[in-house]
Design a protein around this ligand. Sequence first.
Ligand code: FAD
Ligand code: SIN
Length: 511
Amino acid sequence: MEKTNYLILGSGVAGLTFALKMATRFPDRKITIITKGDEDESNTKYAQGGVAVVTSEITDSYQDHIEDTLIAGAGLCDLSVVEMVIKNGPKRLQELISWGANFDKNKTGNFDLGMEGGHSASRVLHHKDQTGFEIEQKILKQVHRQENIELLPHHFALDLLVENNRCYGAKVIHIVSKKTTIFQADFTILATGGIGNTYQHSSNPSIATGDGIAMAFRAGATILDMEFIQFHPTVFYEKESKNKFLISEAVRGFGAHLKNKRGERFLLKIDSRGELASRDIVSQAINMELKKSGEPCVFLDCTHLDMDKFKKHFPTIVQTCIAKGVNPARAWIPVVPAQHYLCGGVDVDTNGQTSIQHLYACGEVSRTGLHGANRLASNSLLEALVYADNIFKHLASCDLKENKLPISLENKNNPDFIPMTNAHQIQLQDLKTELQALMSSSVGIVRNDADLKIAQNRMTEWKSILENTTQKHLLNWKMVEILNQIEVGLLIVEHSLKRKENCGGFMKLNY
Ligand code: FAD
Ligand code: SIN
């Protein structure tokens, strides 16, 4: 058994920021970060558009950012949370800059602020189209300087150790050696990110399988708003690939036009903001357009834009499109909507505390009340930064006493996992593919109760088969990951069945 003061599951912006702050303030305390892939693999790393922060009260205002967030959230945001997060933006931004993160500036030396859908002002700070990469690398660099932080890549958290509604740490497997270890922690912070890989087409990398939500659910934590899946309107359309390449909303903010095959800017008929309507509206409009036309994709037309400036702001997007055979200077970029973000998750208060004692959640895994029924673009990096700070401040004021693991939980430590045969691995991969296809076809942008119920039955069946297999000790972390994805799928379906009115990113026909 390993003992630590703070066990952090996940090394994206949420987990790393909390770790860094705690380690700096308390050099005598031990902080352990467990992460399932390479140390930087995360949704954070791929963030393009940037961080929405009010940096000038002349050209912008807190009130405007608050209102934009509330409008995007379709009436379901928690006003006090929205105000708290947005007013904390400038301080968190300064902190990021003090850790070395660079944000683009214009010729006059001011921040070059990007525009995105749903925003009434340009307020998105960015590092070209690689904002997440810049943030992830700069925080990681600081984390490596802290001797009291242990960062363990390729370690997969299997389950939380919870008894009588109190968390004592987590059970973890080292993916390479297959050795399982119990980490006893005074406090555990879930920072495991999103769920994108539960769907067939997502902008998320393959690590995004909703493990934290499934673990918290199994432990009895309150999970809310799972029906509010955000579909990004514009990922590069390719027939085959699964993890889709994102074409940032900032491209539309820069002036690109969304067109159907006939060259019509169909969004103008639906919302006067056109391409800059919030992304729930744009995704639903594209979905309708594709159903109507029978075409596989719509297009982003950038050909009328200042290409020198465009290439400077969006070098990765330009290079990737060219590599995929489309030069945005001359041709329209084929795009479709894809799963992008989860607005719901593990319910937390403003200290990031879940309904389980000694268990906190931060970042995309959490449901804070900021996003309501649809997240405003570029508000999630901000949310993670603000809540990492809130959790840090709250825990900094809590006494540290050994949170001793009850013997009953110690004994629950399963034997090391048994390797799977090739046949099992193929079966699991097939199941994952089936699950992803089912989620995309029956739990997508537009849902209906009949399909949701069919999906629920199939997933319940898969869950029970897998659970029976795991009881026979044919265990493997990949099996746990798929079980987690099924659990997340079931939660999305259950919450979708319960919601009786359409709002924000949630649309259901034929109740
Ligand atoms: P992540 O960054 O996803 O980190 C999760 C971590 O948990 C990873 O290290 C993962 O390996 C680890 N993990 C997961 N499960 C386990 C497990 N079982 N055991 C151990 N470790 C585990 N938001 C914005 O605000 N602005 C943007 O411009 C923007 N652009 C985006 C572009 C793309 C392509 C994507 C995918 C997202 C974008 N987002 C953007 C959303 C934003 O990036 C994420 O919501 C945010 O980075 C989430 O941070 P996080 O720390 O909560 O999770
Ligand atoms: C984007 O760049 O379009 C993504 C922004 C976000 O998800 O907030």
